[in-house]
Design a protein around this ligand. Structure first.
Ligand code: ADP
Ligand code: F6P
Length: 320
C-alpha cells in the first residue's frame, strides 16, 4: 500500500481548499500514510519546497479561506523536462502519489504526472464551477454567497436612485456564478458566455423594465471577459431611463471563510482521494453527482463538454 503522499493546491485559489488539505492529511494519517505539503503548486514541486504535514499542522484551518500551501501558476510545467524535475523531487523524498487540488489546468499537470508513474488524484478547487465532471466545485458555493451578498446591497441603492447596476462576476468562460447569482438575487438580466451578448437587445429589455414593468431598479449580472462593463453602463444611461453604474466584484469573490457546504464537500472529496490512492488508483479526479462522490479518469473528465444550463436558464427567464 502507498506509504507517503503529497498534496498541493494549484491555479486560482478557492475557499475550501484548506478543508480539502485537512481531510487529505487526516484521512491519510489515520490509515498510516505520511503526508507532505507541496507549497506553491507545481512551482514548489519543481523547486522542492516540500514539508511534512501532520494532523496538528492542519488544525484550525477548516474555516480559513485561501490555501495554507499557497498556489501559483507555472506555465513551464507543460514541458516534460520540467515535469521530470518535479518527479525527481518526489522520488528523492519517497513520495509515491499526489493529491492535486485545482482547476482543469492543474488536472492536466496531474494527468501528465500519472502517465509518468506518479499516481495523482485531482480535486476540483475553483470558484468557477467549470469542471464538467462534477455538479459543484470546492469554492463555488462560497463565491456565490459573496456575489449574492454584494448584489443584494447593490439592489438597495439602485432602487433608491432608479439605477441599473451592471455587476461583473468571475467564471473563466463558465456562466454558472452569474446564472446562480441571477436566480438567487432576482436579477433582471443575466449575461454569460452561454447566453451570448447582444448589446442592443439588452438595452431594449432594460427600457421595457423601466417603461412597461415600471421597475425602480434593474440588475444585470454579467460574466467576466464579455464586455467592458463601464462602457456598457454608460450606454445604459444614454439609451434607457435608468442611470447605469458598473461594479466589478473581482478577487473579493475568491476570498472569505468557506461555507459549511464547501467545507463538507471538500472533506468528502479529500476522503475519496485518499481512498483511491490506497487502492493504487491514479489519473482520476473526484466529483459530486446527484450528491454521490464519484471518480472519473482525468482524461475523460477533460473531454466532457460544458452544459448549456438550459433548464436553469429557462427557470431564470420564467422568473423575471
Ligand atoms: P486551473 O488549475 O485553476 O485551471 P491554470 O489553468 O492556470 O489554473 O493551471 C494551473 C497550473 O497547472 C498551470 O500554471 C500549470 O503549472 C499547470 N498546467 C496547466 N496546463 C497544463 C498542461 N497542459 N500540462 C501540464 N501542466 C499544466
Ligand atoms: O479560476 C479562478 C479565477 O478567479 C477566474 O474566475 C478568473 O478568470 C481568474 O481566476 C483570475 O485569475 P488571476 O487570479 O490570475 O487574476
Amino acid at each position: 500500500m502507498v506509504k507517503r503522499i503529497g498534496v498541493l493546491t494549484s491555479g486560482g485559489d478557492a475557499p475550501g481548499m484548506n478543508a480539502a488539505i485537512r481531510a487529505v492529511t487526516r484521512v491519510a494519517n489515520s490509515a498510516g500514510i505520511e503526508v507532505y505539503g507541496i507549497y506553491d503548486g507545481y512551482l514548489g514541486l519543481v523547486e522542492g519546497y516540500i514539508e511534512p504535514l501532520t494532523r496538528s499542522d492542519v488544525s484550525d484551518i477548516i474555516d480559513r479561506g485561501g490555501t495554507i500551501l499557497g498556489s501559483a501558476r507555472l506555465p513551464e510545467f507543460k514541458d516534460p523536462k520540467v515535469q521530470q524535475a518535479g518527479i525527481h523531487q518526489l522520488k528523492k523524498r519517497g513520495i509515491e502519489a499526489v493529491v492535486v487540488i485545482g482547476g482543469d489546468g492543474s488536472y492536466r499537470g496531474a494527468l501528465a504526472l500519472s502517465e509518468q508513474g506518479i499516481n495523482c488524484i485531482g480535486l476540483p478547487g475553483t470558484i468557477d464551477n467549470d469542471i464538467t465532471c462534477t455538479d459543484f466545485t470546492i469554492g463555488f458555493d462560497t463565491a456565490l454567497h459573496t456575489v449574492v451578498e454584494a448584489v443584494d446591497k447593490l439592489r438597495d441603492t439602485s432602487s433608491s436612485h432608479h439605477r441599473c447596476s451592471v455587476v461583473e462576476v468571475m467564471g473563466n468562460r463558465c456562466g454558472d456564478l452569474a446564472l446562480w447569482a441571477g436566480i438567487a438575487c432576482g436579477a433582471e438580466i443575466v449575461v454569460t458566455p452561454q447566453t451570448g451578448f447582444e448589446e442592443t437587445e439588452v438595452l431594449e429589455r432594460l427600457k421595457e423594465f423601466d417603461v412597461v414593468k415600471k421597475k425602480r431598479h434593474a440588475i444585470v449580472v454579467i460574466s467576466e471577459k464579455i464586455t467592458d462593463v463601464d462602457a456598457f453602463a454608460k450606454k445604459v444611461s444614454l439609451n434607457t431611463g435608468f442611470s447605469g453604474r458598473a461594479t466589478v466584484l473581482g478577487h473579493v469573490q475568491r476570498g472569505g471563510s468557506p461555507t459549511p457546504q464547501d467545507r463538507v464537500l471538500a472533506s468528502r472529496m479529500g476522503e475519496k482521494a485518499v481512498d483511491l490512492l490506497i487502492q493504487g488508483i491514479g489519473g482520476q479526479c473526484v466529483g459530486i453527482k446527484d450528491n454521490q462522490i464519484i471518480a472519473v479518469p482525468i482524461k475523460e473528465a477533460l473531454d466532457i463538454p460544458r452544459s448549456s444550463r438550459k433548464k436553469l436558464q429557462d427557470l431564470f427567464d420564467r422568473l423575471v
